[in-house]
Design a protein around this ligand. Sequence first.
Ligand code: GRF
Length: 221
Amino acid sequence: MAERDCRIAVLISGSGSNLQAILDGCASGAIPARVALVVSNRDDAAGLARARRAGVPATVVNHRRYPDRQSFDAALQAAIEAGGADLVVLAGFMRILGSGFVRHYQGRLLNIHPSLLPKYRGLDTHQRALAAGDVEAGATVHFVTDELDGGAPVLQASVSINEGDDAAALAARVLAREHIIYPLAVRWFAEGRLRLRDGRAWLDDTPLPLCGYRYEKDAAT
Ligand code: GRF
């Protein structure tokens, strides 16, 4: 980002631990950006308190108060535009966004999904990985497109599935990895190194692997 700091809007629905990891990254200087705004679609999202503690404006756009997705998306977009965001980060945001919204933010809209995409799009990812007898699980940061959890992957981190794991144990282990890879992807974007080009994520002058950069396998840059 050239003339001024990258400004980030973070959209949440719940605990906001990924939001916290990004706030911490900005505060420590690891991410050359600042969280300009946090928006929740739920009044009771615990992450709202994290934003307020960090001195970041936090607002609620509750989907229940809008008659349809289009008007909800429009209200969300208005809130984001008021904060002047360069990057929109979905961090546990549990609403599907319409194609107009997604197109508007194309190339500057990131999500984190708790599976090794393309496996297990949608919900209950950890339960599904356990039921399938997988030996590993993980999380993926990806650009958002119209297709649910289908946009270009940026970064993946995996954990092994251990004997006796239940979905909660697995989710906790994966979440700890999310807190590493999401701030890293945001850092790349804020440094102007991460782009979406022709449906593919690029880092510097190189297209990233189709499943994203594998955090453990390759040394982090
Ligand atoms: C994370 O597991 C994320 O992958 C998923 O929702 C969870 C959000 O956790 N989309 P938090 O609100 O960031 O703590």
